[in-house]
Structure formats: C-alpha cells, structure tokens
Design a protein around this ligand. Structure first.
Ligand SMILES: Nc1ncnc2c1ncn2[C@@H]1O[C@H](COP(=O)(O)OP(=O)(O)OP(=O)(O)O)[C@@H](O)[C@H]1O
Length: 611
C-alpha cells in the first residue's frame, strides 16, 4: 500500500491544503462543546441573556466555519483520490502493455482486468478515507482526551478504561478481516473469468446447448463470492454492536459519576455536557479508525495485487545496447506485376506492395535463421520446440506444416519475440533478435495471427493499423491483394464501412482477409502468415497465395498452414512433429524422404494425384 502512495506525488501541494481544512474543521469540533458549556454555566444558569446571545453568535460562526472547511476538505480529498486512481490505473495499464505473453499467461487476462479496475477502485477509496481521517481521527481522539481531562480530570478515568477496550476490539476484528478480504478479491477474479468466457464463448455455448451448464458455473462462482462476502460482513457486523455496547456503558458511567460530582458541587452541568461530547468525539474517532480498519484489509489486499503486477518484470526486454535498426525497405524499386495485381488502385501502391525485384534488393534483407532453438512454456515438462534449425531467405516462401500442437504458432511467436528461446538463437540478417529493440524487430515483420483480431472502427482504420499513414489507395491496393476488395466495396461505405466490435459483422474468411490486408499494407522485410488462410475457400486461398508470391517477391515469406494445398508450391517446407523438425525440403523431396509429411499428405489429399 505504502509503495503505491508515490502516485500521490503530483498532489503534494494540494494535500497540505486539504489537511489544513480538515484540521480546522476538527479544531472547530473541539471548541464547540466548551462554548456550549460556557453558555449553559454562565448564561443559562445565571440568566445572563446578553452573554447567551454573544456566545451563541460566536458558536454559530464557529459552526459555519467548521462546515465550510469540512466541505472544502472533502471536495479536495475526492479530487486527489480520483486523480490518484487515474494515475495508478494508467500506470498499471502502461506496465501491462510491456508484458511479454509469458506474464499474460502467468497472471491471466481476467485477473489483469480486475486488478486494473476493481482493485484500483478499492485503493482509491482507501486513499480518500485516509485523506479525510488521518488528521481528523487523531486530533479528535487526542484533542478530545486533553479537553476531557481539562474539563474534569477525575471523570476521565472512565476514558482510560474504555479506550483500550475499544481499541483491542477493533484490532481483533481487523486481524480476522484481512485474510477474508484477500480471498474476496481472488473470488472476484474467478467470477470475472467465468463471465468473460461466457460472454466471448456465447456462440459455442448456445450451439452446444450448454446455457444451463454455464448458468450453474456462473451461479457457483457467484455463490462462492457471496458466501465469502457474507462471512466478511458478519465479522464486520459484529464490530458495531460490540462498540455501541461499550460506548453506551461508558455514557451511563459518565452520567452516573458526573451526577454524583454535580451533587457534591465538584462539577457544573455545562461541564458534564461538554465532557460527554468530548468522550463522544473520542469514541467517534475510534469508530472512524474501525471504519478504516474495515477498508484497510481489503485495500491492502488490492494494493498487494496491484503491486504484484507492477513488480513483474517482462521476461522479454530490450537490450541495454540495441543493434542499429535496419533502414526501411521503402526505397526498393517496383515491379509491374504487383501493380497490375493491385489495379485499379495502382496509383499509390506502396513501394513494398509494388514488389521489389529480388535481384535489386540490397544485400539479403530479412534472412531469418533459427539455430538449435529449443523452447519450453513456463511449467511445462516437455519443450514445445526442440532443436529447430533452418534459414528462411528473402525471395522465398518458407512453409511450416504439422499437426495441431506441433509447435507452429510457438515458432512464429519466438520469431516475433513474444517469448524468448531457452536455447539456441534466432537471427535476422545475422543479428540475434534479443539484441534488437522489440519495436525495431517488429517493424520489420508483417504478421497475420492465427486468431483474427479486428478493432472497432472502419475497414480502412483496421488496415491502417499496419501502416498509419497509408493513403486510401494504398488501403485499397492491400485489400485487393488480400482478395478482400470485392466484398469491402460491396459494404455500405466501402473501405470506410464500420467494423463492429471484434468484427462480428463479418464472416470468418472476411475478417481473415482484412487482417491479411493489414499486414500487406506494411513495408516489411518478413511476412508471417500464421494459419491465415484456414477460413478461405481453396480458390481464394490459391489466388491469394499467387498474389502474395508476386507482390512480396524479394521479401521473406513464412506461411504456417495445416493444409498441404497451401504449402505445396513453397520453396521450402518445414515439417514439425511434436516440437521437432521431421523434415525440410520441397514438396516432392519430402514426399520421397519424410514419412510424417507423407502421412499428412495421405490424410488430406489421398487420391488427388498430388505426387
Ligand atoms: N501459452 C501456452 N502455455 C503453455 N503451453 C502452451 C501455450 N501455448 C501452446 N502451448 C503448448 O505448446 C505446444 C505447441 O503449441 P502451438 O500453439 O505452437 O501448436 P500449433 O502447431 O500452432 O497448433 P495449431 O495448429 O493447433 O495451432 C502445444 O502442446 C500446446 O499445448
């Protein structure tokens, strides 16, 4: 919790103003009982009406002043705590964006959402409470004790007995609450996880008639959270009656002994009234502390969860001395083929799309070398990839094929440095990817992920995600290349048609083609398509590959696929089997030499005369 207070730094000048307001308000509260006591003892008892008016007016002024300070203090506390929450949320979010996939796997997306929202709110509320109470509670308590002793020292013995009892009760409940609050945040995580799966998987849930099952799962998570919340509230609920009982006993004792003292002439009525008010202020301060103790366990559990995220260092980090970034490829000459392919949008076809000619490409740009690469997911026993060695050259299409779970996506993720290899090295143009800045590395790669992700906005916005300053014609050219222009132009608004959140108004194949256009619009050295043609029909798949072959001539193209038809014409095919390379070569070679490849071919293309 304390570590997070650094986010209050911008308010270092406002906080003293706020604390001063609360200080003045507390002073007013302490002064009022004395004024009242004087009015009773010197005004009412002695029948001194002018004194009552004079002191009454003064009392009114002190009250109004105290109220004004209270309002201003509360407003400032709200402003400071809201600003604190905003800064903390922004920092957590910014930190999370630097995470490698390893940290995402470790914390979990649902938990990261809870930590950025609910947990931050808990801490923010605690800060607000602290700003208002950290001056008021001790001042009311200590000031109240001093004033009570000054008013009547002997009667103050009651305070000496009652305050430790109250403080002990609060401490006991505080200790018990902490563990339960920690559990409560974990259960909110669980509920969020179930909710998220339900909302994102609604189609599958409906198709498999699992609504009832999911409802039960949600109910179970919700009930679990409710039970914990009830236990927490039971503990906290016990606090109030116990405290009220102690306070009421103390009040009776004060009135009893006070009356006796008045009877003996050792105390005045006004004094007793003031004394009672001071004692109430002391108790009120303790109650405020106990209210904070209600919030502290929860807020510190939340703070610990936030701190855990902030303390996580990304497993993938930029080197202190990064290799010089390779200049962009925009200077490459163009070839007429690609322009023709992108027609009639050729006017502003980007240099990359305008197909550099392999022979004119400056010294082997974009050579990808894997050398003895082994990788294991954290906690996994077997490596997902072992001893992977190959070179993907510019001007060539390198295909990666293998059954599900063979490690194809993992290989691509290592090239993009979403994870770091355990052994071996991955180099681009001879430079280890770990020696490059991540931004420089990724600038050189255009990537189409296996699971299409589109953002809300227009089709053009989504394509421009690949190249911010792409003109409309460049966007159209990329869409044409991705075999997407026909359906995009048919949409209302053409390239400016809106894509709904997560692309729900598009078919799987349409989304995939927009994602391909997003990569094609980029001026990159290396193009990676991770199973990106799976949702396309064979004809579109073939047309698209032909377009890519011509347009990306000179670039290094890596195509991950499950279909043999997609990889058959590649310059080299890498066959993966349970994380190992089972073969490498052209289609015909592999048919002759690689049993795993033959098996894949046989299972897919039997009887179609592929050999
Ligand atoms: N984030 C992860 N954490 C732990 N293990 C993982 C993770 N991602 C993948 N794996 C495991 O690593 C292995 C390789 O997975 P990968 O996704 O690379 O396979 P793939 O060949 O791309 O499969 P597919 O064709 O089905 O997409 C699998 O056994 C998988 O269970």
């Amino acid at each position: 919790m304390v570590k997070l207070l650094r986010f209050l730094h911008p308010y270092r000048f406002l906080i003293p103003v706020e604390l001063t307001m609360i200080f003045l308000q507390s002073l007013a509260n302490l002064y009022l009982p004395t004024l009242m006591s004087d009015i009773v003892d010197f005004g009412i008892v002695k029948g001194n009406v002018p004194y009552i008016f004079r002191m009454g007016t003064w009392m009114l002024l002190v009250t109004v002043g105290g109220a004004a300070c209270s309002v201003l203090g509360s407003l400032l506390a709200s402003r400071i705590s809201a600003g604190f929450g905003h800064r903390l949320r922004a920092e957590v979010f910014a930190h999370v964006t630097r995470f490698s996939l390893q940290e995402f796997d470790h914390v979990g997306t649902a938990s990261l959402i809870t930590r950025t929202t609910n947990d931050v709110t808990q801490v923010q509320q605690m800060v607000n409470m602290m700003l208002r109470m950290m001056v008021m509670a001790p001042l009311s308590c200590i000031g109240g004790i001093i004033m009570a002793v000054v008013t009547n020292a002997k009667l103050s013995v009651i305070i000496v007995i009652v305050v430790p009892v109250l403080a002990f009760t609060v401490a006991v409940i505080f200790r018990r609450g902490m563990a339960w609050f920690r559990q409560m945040q974990a259960k909110i995580d669980q509920l969020n996880r179930v909710l998220r799966e339900n909302l994102t998987g609604i189609r599958v849930i409906r198709a498999f008639n699992r609504i009832e099952h999911e409802r039960r799962r949600f109910d179970a998570a919700s009930r679990d959270l409710t039970e914990t919340a009830v236990t927490v509230n039971k503990i906290m609920a016990a606090l109030w009656p116990v405290m009220m009982l102690i306070i009421n006993f103390a009040t009776i004792a004060i009135l009893w002994f006070g009356a006796v003292r008045i009877d003996h002439g050792a105390m005045q009525v006004g004094n007793l009234m003031a004394f009672l008010q001071y004692v109430m202020q002391i108790f009120f301060a303790i109650m405020m502390v106990s209210m904070m103790s209600f919030m502290i366990p929860r807020a510190s559990a939340s703070a610990a969860r936030i701190q855990e995220v902030l303390a996580l260092r990304p497993a993938v980090a930029d080197p202190p001395q990064a290799a010089e970034p390779v200049p962009a490829v925009a200077t490459r000459p163009s070839a007429p083929d690609a322009v023709r392919l992108a027609a009639p949008y050729a006017a502003e076809v980007p240099a990359r799309l305008a197909a550099p000619h392999a022979a004119e490409v400056p010294a082997r740009h974009g050579v990808v070398t894997f050398e003895g690469v082994t990788f294991r997911y954290p906690g996994a026993e077997a490596p997902a990839l072992a001893g992977i060695t190959f070179t993907a050259s510019p001007g060539e299409v390198t295909a990666i094929i293998g059954s599900t779970g063979a490690g194809k996506t993992t290989l691509v993720h290592l090239l993009l440095r979403f994870y770091d290899a355990e052994r071996g090295s991955i180099r681009i143009d001879g430079v280890d990817v770990r020696d490059m800045k991540q931004a420089d590395l990724r600038r050189r790669i255009a990537y189409v992920p296996q699971r299409t992700v589109l953002f809300s906005g227009s089709v053009a916005d989504n394509v421009r995600y690949g190249k911010e300053d792409a003109t409309d014609d460049e966007v159209r050219a990329a869409l044409a290349m991705a075999q997407a222009i026909d359906f995009v132009e048919a949409m209302e608004g053409g390239i400016h048609a809106e894509v709904a959140q997560a692309g729900t108004n598009l078919s799987g194949g349409q989304k995939q083609r927009i994602a391909i256009a997003r990569a094609l619009v980029r001026n990159a050295d290396i193009y990676v398509f991770d199973d990106s043609f799976s949702a396309l029909d064979y004809k579109t798949d073939a047309r698209l590959r032909q377009a890519i072959r011509q347009a990306l001539r000179g670039a290094t193209v890596i195509i991950v696929a499950q279909r043999v038809a997609t990889v058959m014409d590649a310059d080299q095919i890498i066959v993966l089997d349970e994380g190992r390379m089972a073969g490498i070569g052209r289609h015909a070679e592999l048919l002759a030499t690689c049993p795993v490849y033959r098996e894949i071919v046989a299972s897919q293309l039997a009887g179609e005369g592929i050999a």
